[in-house]
Design a protein around this ligand. Structure first.
Ligand code: C2E
Ligand code: CA
Ligand code: CA
Length: 766
């Protein structure tokens, strides 16, 4: 029970621990996901912020450049356009105050002036000499729209340049276009990339088609593919997404994989020429702080989780070990290490739920002597050896225990007594063979009591019942000098149970008047009249059971209680006679059985005299039935007692003659008044085949008659029986033919109320 409870608790705590672990794991997963998202979100926001910043810077730069160009153009009018030298002078002047590489001014015919830093101006420049991109922008300006070119390789300055171009007005009329080129350095921050995303990323600039305009020097992808659609950048999916976004000039987040690593990137439209900022996050930059803190949090979380798990596991182990210790304390025998009786009973209950089996109780003969002769240590060693051997002999599902001292109990899965006997025999042989003590001259012997589960009918109490019954079987096995295996016997046990009841309740029964006087009539075969009655005891228990004398008289004779009972029955007989006399009914003699014990009591005669006097009963009405066996011991003493009793008026009857070692010799010596021929005598004599018995019976009766001893035949059951004994000359008959023993009250009613009812001539009551 305790073990089950502890196990249940353990199971509960394990479930709770597992639940907590699961919850913590889910929590940590969600937390990590949250941290991851937050981190991604913050990185995205950061990238967007930075991209915005760069966009602003680029725009500002471009605006400043346009502003400068517009200011210069404001000073150019028709006269300058026509006077190329003047124009060249003016452009050189303007170029001194800004950072443009080249400033060019073309009239609508495509003739113009080029002013290049630290070079002489070219006053004979042709628009057609410009690279196509430069030309496109200038022509756009001539149509009235200021614009900026893509990055291209300048033919003039051998550099990657941008060209800005604004229209030159004279009044409202466009008279030419002013253009300036600036090299890539204006995006130096982008190119150097050191500050981009706090060093954790870089930015390229793309045109509207995804071609690279400016590449950051920090780029991860080293292949210089002209476009992000080439090379390793985009997977098929993101390629089409990016393409669509570029067409719509929208911001897009995506990622590309390079050398097994994934890099998130942002494509942010600049708002000029369809340009894009291609911001790549390498994961080591600005956001490191937040990501580090996320990682630290996660690690802390995992460590805490592991710690909690560890503590729980540790607690669980402590509990389990504690539980085990408790179990050992509760269920183990410290001497042999075997399980103890409590555990055995528990396991027996469990085992019997599934199937039957047998329980064997094993005890060592004279174990206290083994202790004394060989010492406690060797005696204990013997117990340990028995434990080890038993352990090795058990099959699956079988178990055993060591109870106190030399007592072991074994459960076998077997219900077949022959198999159990064989297994026990081989086990005992093994004990004998292996025990140290057997190597001395000492002959070890084992007593075994066995009970099969089928002996116990109540399924709910089978285990308890088996454990009780096995003790009885063991008790039976004890006493022999060699090893004995005794199987529990239900019939024998019932008898033993009754005997136990008898012995433990006899005093109380006597006190409470449970011993009742029953009377059986005796018939005078000469007159046909009731000649007397025999007092026969019946034990009517409080719960209504009737116990017959054959069941308890032998026990009482053995334990000495019979003397008390006989005196009591004698008193009942006296009371009955007294009652008849009191009622004016002529009493009949009552024969009372006297045990040997009583007869030999010192005060026997005195007690009897005292008793009949107390009830004023003439002793003649009391016949004392004694057994022949008692006469074998000291015939003179018996005869002297008989004489004393006869002197007082008591009659003496010799009971059960012909049943045992009856001898005519004793008959001749004993001074009795009546001879009761045993039922067996008549039983045999009534058999036509047994003519010799008949002859003996006949002569015994005749001889008794000649000795002046009246004869009573017991066990008269049939009219033939009666005829037979009558022919033999027998005086009195007693048996079921007339009546079974009946209660004194019934007897009184039947035979004592009316005078004619004493005539038994025709009243056969079988
Ligand atoms: P018992 O003294 O020989 O008593 C006769 C027994 O034979 C009685 O059994 C009686 O019921 C039985 N019996 C009588 N007629 C017949 C018959 O026709 N056929 C058969 N088959 N049996 C018959 P019960 O009463 O069971 O007594 C058994 C024995 O117990 C007695 O044998 C007697 O020895 C002893 N007993 C009975 N009462 C007392 C008592 O108060 N004190 C002592 N010491 N012994 C008693
Ligand atoms: Ca008798
Ligand atoms: Ca008898």
């Amino acid at each position: 029970m305790i073990e089950e409870k502890l196990q249940k608790r353990l199971r509960k705590s394990i479930i709770v621990v597992l639940c907590i672990i699961v919850v913590l794991l889910i929590g940590s997963g969600l937390f990590s996901a949250f941290m991851y998202n937050t981190r991604n979100e913050s990185i995205r926001n950061q990238v967007i912020l930075e991209a915005e910043e760069y966009k602003t810077r680029i725009k500002k730069q471009l605006e400043a450049d346009f502003q400068t160009l517009s200011t210069i153009s404001a000073f150019i009018d028709n006269s300058f356009v026509t006077d190329k030298n003047l124009l060249a002078e003016r452009l050189d002047e303007a170029n001194q105050n800004n950072t443009f590489l080249t400033i060019v001014c073309y009239d609508l015919n495509g003739n113009g002036v080029i002013s290049t830093m630290e070079q002489d101006p070219d006053v004979d420049a042709k628009l057609s000499d410009l690279s196509s991109e430069g030309r496109r922008v200038v022509e756009q300006a001539m149509e009235g729209t200021a614009s900026v070119s893509q990055l291209f390789e300048s033919v003039i300055s051998d550099n990657s340049v941008f060209v800005y171009s604004v229209p030159v007005y004279d009044g409202d009329e466009v008279i030419g276009a002013l253009a300036a080129s600036d090299h890539i350095e204006i995006f130096s921050d982008i190119i150097s990339g050191n500050t981009v995303l706090g060093g954790g990323g870089y930015i390229h600039m793309l045109d509207a088609d995804g071609n690279f305009l400016i590449r950051s020097s920090k780029m991860i992808v080293q292949d210089k593919t002209p476009s992000i659609f080439g090379g390793p950048y985009l997977s098929e999916d993101s390629r089409s997404q990016v393409k669509e976004a570029l067409q719509r000039q929208e911001r897009i987040f995506s990622s590309f994989s390079y050398e097994g690593k994934s890099y998130p990137f942002l494509l942010e439209p600049v708002g000029i020429n369809g340009w894009y900022l291609f911001c790549v996050n390498t994961g080591e930059g600005l956001s490191t702080n937040s990501s580090t803190s996320a990682i630290v949090t996660q690690i802390t979380f995992i460590v805490v989780l592991m710690l909690v798990n560890f503590l729980m596991l540790y607690g669980y182990r402590l509990l389990r070990n504690y539980n085990r210790d408790m179990m050992n304390l509760a269920y183990c025998d410290s001497l042999t290490g075997a399980e103890n009786l409590s555990r055995f009973r528990q396991r027996l209950n469990e085992a019997l739920e599934n199937s039957g089996g047998s329980v064997v109780a094993v005890s060592i003969r004279q174990f206290p002597f083994i202790n004394e002769i060989f010492g406690k240590e060797r005696a204990n060693r013997l117990l340990c050896q028995i434990k080890e051997i038993t352990e090795q002999h058990l099959n699956n599902g079988e178990f055993f225990c060591h109870d106190t001292d030399d007592r072991f109990y074994i459960f076998f899965n077997e219900s077949d007594p022959d198999v159990v006997r064989k297994r026990m025999e081989s086990l005992i042989d093994e004990f004998d063979l292996s025990a140290d003590i057997s190597k001395t001259n000492y002959q070890l012997a084992f007593y075994c009591g066995v009970v099969e589960s089928s002996r116990c009918s109540n399924p709910e109490e089978t285990a308890d019942c088996m454990m009780t019954h096995v003790q009885f079987a063991l008790d039976r096995a004890k006493g022999a000098h060699s090893s004995t295996i005794w199987f529990f016997d239900s019939e024998l046990h019932k008898k033993e149970e009754l005997e136990n009841y008898i012995e433990s309740h006899m005093h109380q029964a006597l006190r409470d008047g449970e011993f009742k006087l029953f009377l059986q009539p005796k018939k005078d075969l000469h007159s046909g009249m009731l000649s007397g009655a025999e007092a026969l005891v019946r034990w009517q228990t409080n719960d209504g059971r009737m116990i017959f004398p054959d069941q308890f008289i032998p026990l009482f004779e053995h334990n000495g209680f019979c003397a008390k009972l006989d005196l009591y029955m004698l008193e009942q007989a006296c009371k009955q006679i007294y009652l008849w006399m009191k009622k004016g009914i002529a009493p009949i003699p009552i024969s009372v059985n006297q045990s040997k014990l009583m007869f030999f009591e010192a005060d026997y005669v005195r007690n009897l005299i005292e008793l009949v006097r107390r009830y004023s009963v003439p002793a003649q009405f009391i016949t004392l039935e004694i057994l022949e066996g008692l006469a074998l011991e000291n015939i003179d003493e018996i005869n002297s007692k008989i004489l004393q009793l006869q002197k007082e008026g008591f009659r003496i009857s010799l009971d059960d003659f012909g049943s045992g070692f009856s001898s005519l010799n004793t008959l001749g010596k004993l001074k009795i008044d009546e001879l009761k021929l045993d039922r067996d005598f008549l039983l045999n004599a009534s058999d036509q085949e047994q003519s010799r018995v008949r002859l003996i019976m006949e002569h015994t009766i005749r001889m008794a008659g000649q000795l002046g001893i009246s004869t009573v035949a017991e066990g008269v059951e049939t009219p033939d029986d009666e005829t037979l004994i009558r022919n033999f000359g027998c005086d009195i008959g007693q048996g079921y033919l007339y009546s079974r023993p009946i209660s004194a009250a019934d007897f009184d009613e039947k035979y004592m109320k009316k005078a004619d009812s004493r005539n038994l001539a025709g009243s056969f009551d079988s």
